[in-house]
Write a protein that binds this ligand. Structure first.
Ligand SMILES: C[S@@+](CC[C@H](N)C(=O)[O-])C[C@H]1O[C@@H](n2cnc3c(N)ncnc32)[C@H](O)[C@@H]1O
Length: 381
């Protein structure tokens, strides 16, 4: 049974529905799914990420790695510290969520004496920016002065750009492969409800991408033009350094596997994963897995070098996660067990260890990262 929303939450969702219905009406009765997803997640004051819902952690809708344990961010800090030293550059975090990851990374970089001059955050949600600022001022007051929020990517950046679970939160195009070729799936209104309707794909590059995937009639899946665009803009901004993205997803062969004929789009509501993306708009997160082959094509076409691709388990273990865990004495059960438990969730193949991947792109001379030394999967992309 799904938990029922409070009266206030339901009223909020009804406002989001009205906003989405108005967008559809203004567009003449139909919008592509990417437009629906963008508004459901990011419409100012209304969207899932742009209004005050809890989202992350036990009281929210899903748990991300930084909310599970500080060891995730500390391990990431250890992985990026050598790149900061090589480039003399800064850190740029994309989509910083609650601000938890920034607190953990700054703390560990300070321990390693590797703090960058600036730690920038690019965050689309004004609500989350405010929450990140509060978290940093409360939990990391000594480093908060280094943190700056950006409205756009800098024209020239040197150092490390990273994002945890950002690519999966970008609006995706939904495509329905039919006997007559691929069609763009969009949203219309029927009897006061959202309904699917397919139309021809007008955008040439999307049509070419969809046609290149020869999938059986009836297959429905996603193509993320927004992920391509983000990688291209990051590439244009990066003068020297590394882009590191962590997310759940697969290489194209597995992503568009015949058995995955209903795609990867899901709604997340109070720790339930749902197939219905129309469930309580504004109260449910919407996500799609990441096609890491497509991300790699976009990045390398923009002149970046693929510097590593591994499972989250291989990357974190190779970057020193187990050694950091051992800094807590196992006989101090109250401190050790929750951390060991969280580490288990991060690396276990049955949980986040294999579904989540870490991918890195470099511009300029960057020494190989320890996290990619074992379990290199670049050949699968
Ligand atoms: C699933 S949350 C992950 C939050 C955090 N990184 C974590 O691991 O807990 C996705 C985050 O990406 C942000 N986001 C979405 N699109 C973005 C974009 N184009 N640029 C920067 N941030 C974005 C969202 O507002 C949100 O903060």
């Amino acid at each position: 049974m799904l938990p029922a929303p409070s009266a206030d939450a339901l009223a909020h969702s009804q406002r989001v529905v009205a906003h989405l219905a108005a967008l559809i009406a203004e567009a003449g009765g139909w919008i592509p799914f990417s437009r629906f997803m963008d508004a459901a997640l990011y419409a100012p004051g209304l969207g899932y990420y742009s209004a005050g819902a809890m989202k992350f952690g036990a009281a929210g809708d899903f748990v991300t790695a930084p909310e599970l344990t500080p060891l995730f961010g500390r391990t990431l800090a250890r992985a990026i510290a050598p790149v900061l030293a090589q480039t003399g550059g800064d850190v740029l975090e994309l989509g910083a969520g609650s601000g938890r990851l920034a607190v953990d990374i700054l703390g560990e970089l300070a321990t390693l004496d590797a703090l960058p001059a600036r730690y920038s955050i690019l965050e689309v949600s004004a609500d989350l920016r405010a929450r990140q600022r509060e978290t940093l001022e409360r939990e990391s007051p000594q480093h908060a002065g280094r943190v700056h929020w950006l409205d756009t990517l800098p024209a020239h950046f040197c150092g490390v750009v990273f994002g945890n679970e950002v690519l999966d939160a970008l609006p995706v195009e939904l495509v329905h492969w039919t006997a007559a070729g691929p069609r763009l799936r969009g949203v219309t209104r029927e009897r006061e409800r959202f309904a699917w309707q397919d139309r021809p794909i007008e955008e040439a590059c999307l049509r070419a991408r969809a046609e290149a995937l020869t999938l059986a009639p009836g297959y429905v899946s996603e193509i993320s033009l927004a992920a391509d665009a983000l990688l291209a803009s990051l590439a244009a901004s990066l003068d020297h350094g590394l882009i590191l993205m962590i997310d759940y997803g697969f290489a194209a062969g597995e992503y568009y596997h015949p058995q995955r004929h209903m795609g990867t789009l899901r709604a997340h509501y109070r720790h339930h994963a749902l197939d219905d993306p129309f469930h309580l708009p504004g109260l449910s997160d919407l996500t799609a897995h990441v096609d890491f082959s497509a991300v790699t094509r976009a990045a390398t076409a923009a002149g970046l070098e693929l510097a590593g691709y591994a499972t989250q388990a291989a990357f974190l273990l190779g970057s020193g996660l187990a050694e950091l865990l051992m800094q807590t004495a196992p006989d101090d059960a109250a401190a050790y067990l929750p951390q060991a438990n969280a580490v288990q969730r991060l690396v276990s193949p049955a949980e986040m260890g294999e579904l989540f991947k870490v991918i890195a792109f470099a511009r300029g001379e960057i020494a190989p990262l320890a996290g990619f030394m074992r379990g290199d999967r670049r050949h699968t992309l």
